[in-house]
Design a protein around this ligand. Sequence first.
Ligand code: FE2
Length: 204
Amino acid sequence: MKHIVSIGHFLNRGVIMGKIPTMQEARELLKEYNQDEFHLKHAEIVSGVMGYFARQYDPEHVEFWKLAGLLHDLDFEKYPEQHCIKEQEIMREHGYDEALIHAVASHGYNLTVDVKPEKFMEKVLYATDELTGLIGATALMHPAKSVRGLSPKSVKKKFKSKGFAAGCSRDVIRNGADMLGWTLDDLIARTLAAMQSLADELNL
Ligand SMILES: [Fe+2]
């Protein structure tokens, strides 16, 4: 019994772990599977948004959050039919850590996989991913074509307009807010603030 406890202890402490890539390694992998500039930029935006929230909630693991954001759509360009499934395979082939694989796959919960967002960071990824697309599309309608001058109210208005950026699932955004225990308005305002903080770096 003592032996079993000690193995459990080992696992809990993360002694037996897969690889956590550097941001550079993750970008190289991303570019191996993605050429479309829109997809590469989306990956950087979600990574930046994850970093923004990590600095508030989990400052010791900012890079881990950013990696999950960067890699979350790794397989989407080449394997849209197997989105969130193929990327688990690719990351396992590279020996990546299961915690990172789970985080990435869980944003496809109830869409393509049944991997549920469990950790707070996974819920943030799930909730903000589609919303960054909606905010980006709203920004393009703005005269300055930037997130800088946008108000949460204008994003909310576009959220309610069903035909606008119809690819950004309102259900996923609402479910994400519920998972986090945030109101939809709060999620919109905070994700917009996250993107505004990245405006210079990513030209948003
Ligand atoms: Fe995404």
